[in-house]
Every structure is written in structure tokens, then in C-alpha cells.
Design a binder for this molecule. Structure first.
Ligand SMILES: [Zn+2]
Length: 447
């Protein structure tokens, strides 16, 4: 296809609209050990063009718009490796209709979008949805990819595979035999999921499920993994119970959610040899447990995170965002729980950025500030390497090169009485003027 000179010019204009350089006191690239003091990141459209010391900024970028944050840190956007976009109906949002059923599907999509955008507001630029009703996560992923709405990158699992009445069955795909497992995976594939999520053990939030017991045999997990891999998809297994973790490792899965080491007596008991096996297999584990899990006396909120880290397991940040009581604003709190256990902040930042991106299948695309990667970037005040609270002082969230600007919210007010608001609102003024102009024109012609 050939473009005219004018067309080429206008394309270049559009592409260069987002070209800019962001300089900051610290650039944390997401590569272990790599911190650039007084660094700069050159962004061209959606992509990162150059990263380095501000003093070495190549001449071609010097004419680009330049934003300077001397007391801040630029880092890859945060990654939530374990969220649930589009789960069961929330009581507090009971609709004003007799039968909510016909509404549910659409509602789930909108709720997923809302959740995804709330995640972006706290600096999350990529999220893995590990359990979603009606493929709501796939729908929202597509809407974001197409540019219909703004939001983070989504890696979608659709519904969790679980036995009948197993953990997460309400939002799940219930499967009770090898052939049902294969069928569910193929249907998920057809519906466009990126990853297969399996409830390997019971969970805390499902009535009648035992967290310490496996829900699938090793053979079933092997069949599922083989099939998912055949289709080019990763497998993420939810496992609280120790035996369930063992089964997942044995089956060769890619990702374990929780790995809480709940033994048969219901108490958590770390098994060093199993941790070593997880590390050797290179399986990623999300460790930041949700605030709403029932607390166990004298145990940290993220059980076993420190031990897993000490055993060389590739831990990543995942908070179960979207389950009851866990909102996106919980993200940084979760990271701080890891710091409390003694995990170094650099390791936590890696686990929340570059490693988490790799864990959800986005290695080489996002999670690292390096030329060629997509520009999913946050700017925060202060230095999160010194204090993770700095991550809450967000100054910019950039999604694929575009600054994410949330819809401005306003307090509810009595609209009919708020004349000041109407007088000062240019949008309302414009609408009124347009209407009067229309009425005037109508008056002009009476035949
Ligand atoms: Zn979960």
C-alpha cells in the first residue's frame, strides 16, 4: 500500500504525538541489579526507544518533549499475577430488576472493566485474570486491545476448572473426568483464553472445600497440562494444600497460586524439599495472600513467601484482587507484607514487575524498561527501593505509551439546584447554547 507525502506526514505526526523523554532521579529497569541514577527513558509512541543515563541521552531525543522528575523513580508498571475479573454477583450491587439473571453477563463485563481500570489507577499495567465468569476477562482484554476503552494489559483464564462443587465452582467450569477436562480446555481455547487455571486444591472461600486436599489427581493435572501446552497456553494451579502443590509440580505446571503448604491437619507446615523442587522446575509462585484469608495465629499474611524466596523460588506478586474484600488499592499493602517478612525491596520490586510479567507470559513485551519493550511505565515520588510506600505516590501511569488519565470523579450533588455548577460548566453551557440556537433557527421558518 502506497501513501502520499501528505499521508505519510500525517501518519508521522500521529505517531510522534506520544514521543517524549521522561527523566528521573532513579530509573529502576526491572533487570536485577540495574538502577540508573539520573536516568532517562525515551518513549516513541507505544514503545521504549532508549533507556540510560540522562547525561548520555542521544541527540535525536533531545528535541522531544522532556519531563523531569528529579525526586522520583521511573519503573516498569506493576503486574498483578492473580486477579479475578468478573466473578459472582455482589450483594451490594443488587439491581432494581425482578430477575437479575439476564443482567449478569453484561454486568460481569462492566465490573471486570471497572476492576481493571481501578488496577491501572494504582499503577498496575498488566494483570492475569485467574478465574472469570462468562469470559468477561476475554471481552475486556479485547476491548482494551482494540482501543475501545483504556486499561491494563489482560491475560485471561476464563472460568476456573474445578470438580463439581469444587473450589470456585460458582465462577467455574465444573469437570469430573479426563474427557471433561479436555473438552473444557478446548472450549476455553475456542473462547480465546490465554492461560488455563485449575483449582488444584480446595480454597478458603468456597463452602465445603478442604484447602488441604487435592481436587485432581496427578494424572488429571498431567492431562490438562499436556493439552494446554499443546494449545500454546500456560497452566496456573491454585494450591493451598501441600499434597496439591506436590501434584502440580509433578504434573509440570507453569504457575502455582498461593503455595501455602497447608498440611493434612489444616496447619501450615513448610516443606523445604518441595520448595527446592518448585525452584528447580522454574515454576512461578504468587505469594501475596489476600487480606481476607482467615488468619492463622503467629503466621504472616503471606505464608511461606520468605521461605520460598530463600529456596530460590521465582515468587511473583499476586493478591487475588477481585475476590470478596480484596480491592486493587490493596496491592502495595500486599507488597509491604513481603518486606515485613524480610524479603529485600529489590526482590519485591522484581517480583512485582519484570518477573511477574514473565510469569504471565509477557516476557519480552512488558515489565522491563529497555529498548524494544512496550511502554508500560509508572512514575512514583521518592524511592521504592528504600520504602515501598513510595509506590502509592503515583505521578504517572503509562499504558502502552499512553498516559492513563482516569475519568475525573465528582461528589454527588443535587443537580437540579446546583446553578453554580451549571453556570460554570462549559459543557452544559455549550449544550444550552446549541439548543437555543436550534430553537431560534426553527423560529425562522414557519412554512
Ligand atoms: Zn484466586
Amino acid at each position: 500500500m502506497a501513501y502520499s507525502v501528505a499521508e505519510k506526514h500525517s501518519i508521522r505526526e500521529t505517531l510522534s504525538k506520544n514521543n517524549r523523554v521522561i527523566a528521573a532521579g532513579i530509573v529502576f529497569t526491572g533487570v536485577p541489579g540495574q538502577v540508573i541514577r539520573n536516568g532517562a527513558v525515551a518513549i516513541a509512541g507505544k514503545r521504549i526507544e532508549w533507556v540510560g543515563s540522562d547525561a548520555d541521552l542521544p541527540a535525536q531525543y533531545r528535541s522531544w518533549p522532556y519531563e523531569q522528575y528529579p525526586d522520583s523513580t521511573v519503573l516498569p508498571g506493576l503486574v498483578e499475577a492473580h486477579a479475578h475479573l468478573g466473578t459472582e454477583w455482589r450483594e451490594q450491587s443488587e439491581p432494581d430488576v425482578i430477575d437479575p439473571l439476564p443482567l449478569e453477563q453484561g454486568w460481569n463485563v462492566l465490573q471486570s472493566l471497572h476492576e481493571a481500570q481501578q488496577l491501572a489507577l494504582v499503577g498496575v499495567t498488566a494483570v492475569q485474570s485467574l478465574g472469570s465468569r462468562y469470559y468477561a476477562d476475554v471481552v475486556v482484554r479485547e476491548a482494551i486491545e482494540q482501543g475501545l476503552v483504556a486499561g491494563p494489559r489482560i491475560v485471561a483464564a476464563g472460568a476456573i476448572l474445578t470438580p463439581t462443587a469444587g473450589h470456585g465452582w460458582k465462577n467455574g467450569s465444573e469437570v469430573d473426568s479426563e474427557s471433561e477436562i479436555l473438552r473444557a480446555i478446548r472450549e476455553h481455547h475456542k473462547a480465546g483464553v490465554n492461560v488455563i487455571k485449575i483449582a488444584g486444591t480446595g480454597g478458603f472461600l468456597s463452602k465445603g472445600s478442604a484447602q488441604w486436599k487435592p481436587q485432581f489427581s496427578i494424572e488429571e493435572l498431567k492431562i490438562a497440562t499436556r493439552e494446554a501446552h499443546r494449545l500454546g497456553k500456560r497452566v496456573a494451579v491454585h494450591a493451598h494444600g501441600t499434597l496439591g502443590i506436590e501434584y502440580a509440580v509433578e504434573a509440570g505446571v507453569d504457575f502455582i497460586a498461593h503455595a501455602s503448604f497447608v498440611s493434612d491437619d489444616g496447619v501450615t507446615c513448610f516443606v523445604p524439599e518441595l520448595a527446592d523442587r518448585i525452584a528447580q522446575a522454574g515454576i512461578y509462585v504468587d505469594v501475596a495472600s489476600a487480606r481476607t484469608y482467615p488468619p492463622v495465629a503467629d503466621e504472616p499474611r503471606s505464608p511461606r513467601a520468605y521461605e520460598l524466596y530463600r529456596h530460590g523460588v521465582k515468587i511473583v506478586a499476586g493478591h487475588d484482587v477481585g475476590i470478596y474484600g480484596v480491592t486493587p488499592s490493596y496491592y502495595v499493602y500486599g507488597l509491604r507484607q513481603l518486606a515485613k517478612q524480610g524479603i529485600p525491596t529489590e526482590e519485591i520490586l522484581i517480583s512485582a514487575t519484570s518477573r511477574a510479567a514473565a510469569a504471565i507470559g509477557l516476557a519480552g513485551i512488558t515489565g522491563v524498561l529497555q529498548s524494544g519493550y512496550e511502554a508500560d511505565i509508572i512514575v512514583v515520588e521518592g524511592n521504592p527501593l528504600q520504602d515501598l510506600v513510595s509506590l502509592e505516590k503515583l505521578q504517572q501511569v503509562i499504558l502502552r505509551g499512553d498516559r492513563f488519565l482516569p475519568q475525573s470523579s465528582h461528589d454527588f450533588c443535587d443537580w437540579t439546584d446546583d446553578f453554580d455548577y451549571l453556570r460554570n460548566n462549559t459543557g452544559v453551557q455549550h449544550a444550552l447554547e446549541t439548543r437555543f440556537a436550534y430553537l431560534q433557527r426553527q423560529q425562522m421558518q414557519q412554512w
